[in-house]
Design a protein around this ligand. Sequence first.
Ligand code: MN
Ligand code: MN
Length: 305
Amino acid sequence: MFPVEVASMEDSGSWERPGRFVAAEAGYEECEWVIAGAPLEATVSYRAGTRWGPARIREASHSLETYSPELDRDLDELAICDLGDVVLPLGNVGQSLARIEAALRRPVRDGKRFLVLGGEHLVTLAAVNAALARYPDLVVVQFDAHTDLRDEYLGEPYSHATVMRRVLDLVGPGRVWQLGVRSGLREEFALAREATRAFPDVTHGARVLVEELAGPLRGIPLYLTLDVDVLDPAFAPGTGTPEPGGIGFVELHQALLGLARAGARVVAADIVETAPPLDPSGRTEIVAAKLAREILLGFGRGEEV
Ligand code: MN
Ligand code: MN
């Protein structure tokens, strides 16, 4: 779908290895989860810094315990392989997306779950595209302050402000759930009413999703995309387009725990829009790292997906 075809990401120049996520010590063959960094920063509309996301989230992960008391699971009990960061040609969006998609094709083909550390939100388009190859009935669950449903932004069809519109084009109406959205154009909200399942209240949205997991969505593969700006800027100031009026960490955590306990079949996920240079306190990357830990623990099953 992107203008460039990338055949293989297995040559040595394709990956950069800045250090691993905590406890991600498994080799590729035996792992259940693959972590891949996608330090894309190409179309951000306001403040910059997402290219430092993956490295700084990994670094912050080492300040956390590997054990989650809420989930009663430890990262040491999972086989997690951190592949490093996809090397991206700065300034070339099409080539960057093609490389991210190519990088994720192999784990998808091999039945492994993947977690992408962004990078700006546009990386989700490449990642969803990779996942769709194996899971054509994929449902995408987006936690975000913004609709991201513009058809184009400044004439660009591929942007972090259009990413969910492009995802919607791929998966079709009714297959995108939007939780926590509080910012967008009137037209985007109109489209959301028509084509997505939109819940400004994250807790309510997660509850409805949990109910549907026991009914119409039972066994359906889910893709979780977590834009850190869904949180109030007080909790995650290190992001390019902060939007006041968001939830706190506890509400987001509870929503994820609820999905995990309901047995949601999350086959892939991403955490995007972390821009560490904008947060001298460093709390945003710690929040992102903890969310990553809870996703790995909450949706890992010790088996193929
Ligand atoms: Mn956002
Ligand atoms: Mn977004």
